[in-house]
Design a protein around this ligand. Structure first.
Ligand code: FAD
Length: 383
C-alpha cells in the first residue's frame, strides 16, 4: 500500500492529526489494531442503556476556546462537572479534603507534616496536609495504585490535587467541561468520518506492507515500536469489574468514589448513571457500578498510566533518541511520549504536530512517486 501519511492508532492523537491533515487535502490512512476506533476514550452501552467508558471515566475539560471549538464540531457536549468522594471511616467524604474538613477532624491548629523542598510524592503530599489525613486519604490509595511505596514516586505526581483553604472541594474548574451527548465512540467516529480507517490491523506485524511517502505517525507505545530493545517501560492499569444492580436506583452519592482503605484491593468505584444526562438516567431501571483494581500490564493494549519515577523517565529518553533519528517517523501521543495527557492536552499537542507536518515541504521523491503510484493508493483506500 502506498500512502502519504500513515497514522497508526485511532485515539485522540491519531484522529486529530488525521482530521487536520485530511481537511487540508492530504492523503491519510489510519490503521488501528483494536476492533474499534477512538483509542482509550471509547465507550459502549450496557444492555440497561447505561453508557460505560470502556477504559475508565473520561471527563472532558478545557480552558481553550480553540480546542472547545474543535471538539464541538463532532458532537454536542452536555454540561458535566466531575465530583469525586473518598470512602474513609465508612463514610463518603469529599476529595480532595478541604481545610474545613481537616479543621473539623483535627482542630484549626493543624500544620502540614512536611516543610522544605519535597523530593518525592509522600513529602509533596505531607507538605499540604497533616500525617493523619495523608494516611486516610492518600497513602493507601497511591500505594495500591502504583504497587510501590509512595516515597519512591515523583513529587510532581502530587500536583494533581491540593488542599483548598476555602472549603471548595470541587475538582479544578475549567472554562468548558462536559461529555459528548451521544458518547465518545460516536464523537470519535464523527471526527474520523470520510477518512479511511483499517481496524484489527496491527502495524507492527505488517509494516512491510506500506510504502509511506511522507511520514509514519505512530501513536502506540514507543518501547514496543522498537521491539523493547532497551527493556520495557513500566505502566499500570486497572482491571475493571462491572456489576449490574437491577434493584438499585442509585448506589453511591457521586460517579467516582475513591477507596483508599487497604482492606479493599480496588481503588475506585464508579457509578455510570451519574455521568449521564439526568433526563436519560432517571428512566433507566437499576444501575451499573464498576470496581477498578490496579495491576501491572503485560499486554501493551492495557497500558494506561506511565510510571512516575526517574528510572522509567531515563529509559524513555533512550527510546526518544532513537525516534528522533528517523526523519520519516513521528512517535507521539500518550503512549508514544510516555506521558499522561488529559484529553485536551492530547488534542492541543496533536494540533501542533499537524501544523508542523503541514508546514514541511514535500520531498522530491514525493512528486515522482505520486505520478506513478496514485492508482495503487486509490485501491488501498477502498480496502
Ligand atoms: C484510565 C484513564 C482515565 C482517563 N481519564 C481522563 C479524563 O477524565 N479526562 C481527560 O481529559 N483525560 C483522561 N485520560 C487521558 C486520555 O485517555 C488520553 O488523553 C487519550 O487517550 C490520549 O489519546 P492517544 O491517542 O494519545 O492514545 P490512545 O487513546 O491510547 O490511542 C492510541 C491508539 O493506538 C492504537 N495502537 C497502538 N499500537 C498500535 C499498532 N501497533 N497498530 C495499530 N494501532 C495501534 C491503540 O489501540 C490505540 O487505539 C484518561 C486516561 C486513562 C488511562
Amino acid at each position: 500500500m502506498n500512502v502519504d501519511y500513515l497514522i497508526v492508532g485511532s485515539g485522540l492523537t491519531g484522529a486529530v492529526i488525521a482530521r487536520i491533515l485530511a481537511d487540508a487535502g492530504q492523503d491519510v490512512l489510519v490503521v488501528e489494531r483494536r476492533p474499534h476506533m477512538g483509542g482509550n476514550v471509547h465507550d459502549h452501552c450496557h444492555p440497561s442503556g447505561i453508557r460505560i467508558h470502556t477504559y475508565g471515566p473520561h471527563y472532558f475539560r478545557t480552558d481553550s476556546q480553540k480546542i472547545w471549538d474543535f471538539v464541538t464540531r463532532f458532537s454536542t457536549f452536555y454540561r458535566f462537572e466531575a465530583t469525586v468522594m473518598s470512602q474513609v471511616d465508612n463514610k463518603f467524604e469529599n476529595w480532595p479534603p478541604t481545610a474545613r474538613y481537616i479543621n473539623r477532624e483535627l482542630g484549626a491548629q493543624w500544620q502540614p507534616a512536611f516543610s522544605g523542598q519535597p523530593s518525592n510524592f509522600e513529602e509533596a503530599s505531607l507538605a499540604m496536609m497533616p500525617q493523619a489525613i495523608y494516611q486516610k486519604f492518600v497513602k493507601g490509595y497511591t500505594e495500591k495504585q502504583w504497587g510501590v511505596s509512595a516515597a519512591t514516586l515523583a513529587a510532581e505526581l502530587a500536583g494533581r490535587f491540593e488542599v483548598r483553604a476555602n472549603g471548595d472541594h470541587r475538582l479544578k474548574q475549567h472554562r468548558f467541561q462536559g461529555l459528548p451527548l451521544n458518547g465518545y465512540a460516536n464523537f470519535m467516529a464523527n471526527m474520523l468520518a470520510g477518512i479511511p480507517v483499517l481496524l484489527n490491523f496491527d502495524y507492527l506485524h505488517r509494516r512491510k506492507e506500506f510504502s509511506v511517502r511522507r511520514k509514519v505517525i505512530f501513536t502506540g507505545a514507543i518501547d514496543e515500536f522498537f521491539g523493547y530493545k532497551f527493556g520495557k517501560l513500566n505502566y499500570r492499569y486497572q482491571i475493571r469489574e462491572h456489576e449490574y444492580l437491577p434493584d438499585v436506583d442509585i448506589f453511591q452519592p457521586v460517579g467516582q468514589v475513591n477507596n483508599p482503605n487497604r482492606a479493599d484491593a480496588y481503588v475506585r468505584t464508579l457509578e455510570w448513571k451519574h455521568m449521564m444526562p439526568p433526563q436519560y438516567a432517571r428512566n433507566i431501571k437499576g444501575t451499573v457500578i464498576t470496581r477498578e483494581t490496579p495491576a501491572t500490564p503485560n499486554n501493551p493494549n492495557d497500558y494506561e498510566y506511565p510510571f512516575p519515577d526517574r528510572k522509567n523517565k531515563q529509559l524513555y529518553r533512550r527510546y526518544r533518541q532513537l525516534a528522533a533519528a528517523q526523519n520519516d517517523l513521528l512517535i507521539c501521543g500518550r503512549l508514544g511520549e510516555y506521558r499522561y495527557y488529559d484529553m485536551d492536552h492530547a488534542i492541543g499537542r496533536a494540533m501542533e504536530h499537524a501544523r508542523t507536518l503541514l508546514a514541511q515541504p514535500k520531498p522530491v521523491r514525493y512528486f515522482v512517486e505520486n505520478i506513478y503510484e496514485r492508482n495503487d493508493y486509490a485501491s488501498a483506500h477502498k480496502l
